[in-house]
Design a protein around this ligand. Sequence first.
Ligand code: HEM
Length: 149
Amino acid sequence: MPSSPPVPQLPPLKKRDMTIEELKKFDGQNEEGRICVAVNGKVFDVTKGKRFYGPGGPYAAFAGRDASRGLALFSVECHEGYDDLSDLNSMQMDSVREWEIQFQERYHYVGRLLKPNEEPTDYSDEEDASQDQSTVDTASSSPSSKKAD
Ligand code: HEM
């Protein structure tokens, strides 16, 4: 088996909310190769999952997109524009939330996916807090909560 290509190691994105248009820029095709995916109104940096979401990957269609509907309906087709998910039934919405939890456990949370005309939150005050989070000291977290990456 050939070994998989190295996954780019990028510094975490600064916490920021983004519109669907801004999210599109993080489709892995930019110079940086950074990939973001939105699930249930939350944007995650999935660059470390490049083998899934990168060009040629099985879920490349989700790169730079809101994957909520696709994940709920088991389809890699994506909705164009902002998707309010209001026509999904409760089972489908449960599925969206379960995926959201999985992404939360696996990937860095970047910020909210903005609805049209919604203003982004100013996170500049939180900068120190997010720094602390990225350098979590293992002494304060139980060994069982550590992720096997
Ligand atoms: C024949 C159908 C499918 C097979 C065999 C399959 C297989 C897999 C496998 C083996 C993984 C785990 C890989 C790993 O963790 O190393 C995975 C992850 C995943 N699958 Fe599928 N899958 C299928 C269909 C789908 C569909 C229809 C969707 C959604 C529309 C989907 C979305 C995902 C996502 C989002 C991940 C997680 C990737 C991550 O960790 O970020 N899969 N799939």
